[in-house]
Design a binder for this molecule. Structure first.
Ligand code: DAH
Length: 339
C-alpha cells in the first residue's frame, strides 16, 4: 500500500511537470484526488490493514494528498499567470499610433437656412406645421379659391395622381389644413417639398422647397405683414437689407404682393444676376382672402390674416451668391463643403 501511495505521488508529480494546460490540471485532480480517484481508493482500502499499519499508512496518505493538492494549486497559479502574461502581450495597444480619421458630414445649405428661418419665426411666436406632399385637389386648389378651369392652375403645372389627388404644387394647402383644425389666433410656418412638372434648368426644378406662413387673428393688417416679412429678411440677409413690396395677384390673397430684395451683387443698380432689374423676387404674400377664411370656418367679418410663401432655394441662392439651382441636388461634395 505504501508502495502504491508512492507510485501515485510520483506519477502525479510527473504529470504536473509536463502539463501546460489549465484544463488538464483539473483532470489530474479528479483522476487522483477526486471522490472516485486513485488516492481516495487507497484510503478506502485501509480497513483491511492491521492496527499498527493503519495510522502509519493513514498519515502517509494524508501527507501525500496535502502535498499533491498544494502542488496542483501552485501549478494552477503558475499556468494562470503565464496565460495572463501572454494575453497582455497579445492585447497590447500602442497608444502612440495615429487614429482613424472619421469623415464628419455637415448640414446641407438648404437645411441650414431653413433652420435659421425656423429660429427666426419661432422667435416671433410662430409654430411649425407639417402636412402631406400627396394632397387633395380640394386643399391644393379648390379651398384656396382656385376652382377648376381657373387660369392660376396653368401657372402651376401639376402632377396628378388621380383626378382629385395631386402632388402638392405649393405649401399653401397647409393654410387650409391648419385653419380647419385650429381657431385663431394662428401663427404658423409650414416648410416642405412641392412638385411642379417643370424641366430642369438653372432656376427650375420639378421638386423644390417652400415655406408657407400664416397669421390669423382679430385686427391683423397689411402693416403686420410688412413688418414681419421685413424683419425676417433683415434677420437672414443683414440689417442693411432693402426690401420692397410690389402689387401682384394670387387667388387666395386680397390684396396680394410680391416681396423683392435689392440685388446682392449690384445693390439695386442692375446687373447680370438680377437681369438688370436691381431687385430679386423672394416671396409672394398678401391678406388672406375672405373666401378662404370662410372655406375653413373662420368668420371673415371678425378675423383677418396674412399669408406668405417663400421659395427656399431662391432664398439660399441669394444668400450665398449661388447661380445654379441644380447644385443643390447634385450632391457634389466640392460644392457642399463650402458651406
Ligand atoms: N403659393 C404661392 C406659389 O407657390 C406662393 C404664395 C403667394 C403663398 C402668396 C402665399 C401667399 O401664402 O399669400 O406661388
Amino acid at each position: 500500500m505504501k508502495q502504491k501511495l508512492e507510485e501515485i505521488n510520483s506519477s502525479v508529480e510527473e504529470l504536473l511537470k509536463n502539463s501546460t494546460e489549465l484544463d488538464s490540471l483539473e483532470e489530474i485532480r479528479i483522476k487522483y484526488l477526486g471522490k472516485k480517484g486513485e488516492l481516495t481508493a487507497v484510503l478506502k482500502g485501509m480497513g483491511a490493514l492491521s492496527a499498527e499499519e493503519r495510522p502509519v499508512i493513514g498519515a502517509l496518505a494524508n501527507e501525500i494528498r496535502d502535498f499533491l493538492s498544494s502542488e496542483i494549486d501552485s501549478k494552477k497559479k503558475e499556468l494562470e499567470e503565464k496565460l495572463q502574461n501572454e494575453n497582455l502581450v497579445k492585447e497590447v495597444i500602442d497608444v502612440t499610433m495615429p487614429g482613424n480619421k472619421k469623415e464628419i458630414g455637415k448640414l446641407h445649405p438648404l437645411t441650414t437656412v431653413l433652420n435659421e428661418l425656423k429660429d427666426i419665426f419661432i422667435g416671433l411666436g410662430f409654430e411649425i406645421a407639417e402636412g402631406p406632399e400627396v394632397e387633395y385637389d380640394y386643399y391644393n386648389f379648390e379651398a384656396l379659391n382656385i376652382p377648376k378651369n381657373h387660369p392660376a392652375r396653368d401657372t402651376q403645372d401639376t402632377f396628378y395622381i388621380e383626378d382629385n389627388i395631386v402632388l402638392r404644387t405649393q405649401t399653401s394647402p397647409m393654410q387650409v389644413r391648419v385653419m380647419e383644425k385650429q381657431k385663431p389666433p394662428i401663427r404658423i410656418i409650414a416648410p416642405g417639398v412641392v412638385y411642379r412638372s417643370d424641366a430642369v434648368d438653372a432656376t427650375h426644378s420639378p421638386v423644390f422647397n417652400q415655406i408657407e406662413g400664416l397669421v390669423v387673428d382679430k385686427g391683423i393688417t397689411m402693416a403686420d405683414l410688412k413688418g414681419t416679412l421685413e424683419a425676417c429678411m433683415k434677420a437672414i440677409y443683414g440689417n442693411s437689407t432693402v426690401v420692397r413690396f410690389r402689387p401682384h395677384h394670387f387667388p387666395f390673397t386680397e390684396p396680394s404682393a410680391e416681396l423683392d430684395v435689392a440685388c446682392f451683387v449690384c445693390g439695386g443698380k442692375g446687373c447680370r444676376i438680377c437681369k438688370g432689374e436691381g431687385w430679386i423676387e423672394v416671396l409672394g404674400c398678401g391678406m388672406v382672402h375672405p373666401k378662404v377664411l370662410a372655406n375653413c370656418g373662420i368668420d371673415p367679418e371678425v378675423y383677418s390674416g396674412f399669408a406668405f410663401g417663400i421659395g427656399l432655394e431662391r432664398l439660399v441662392m441669394r444668400k450665398y451668391g449661388i447661380d445654379d439651382l441644380r447644385l443643390f441636388f447634385e450632391n457634389d461634395l466640392k460644392f457642399l463643403k463650402q458651406f
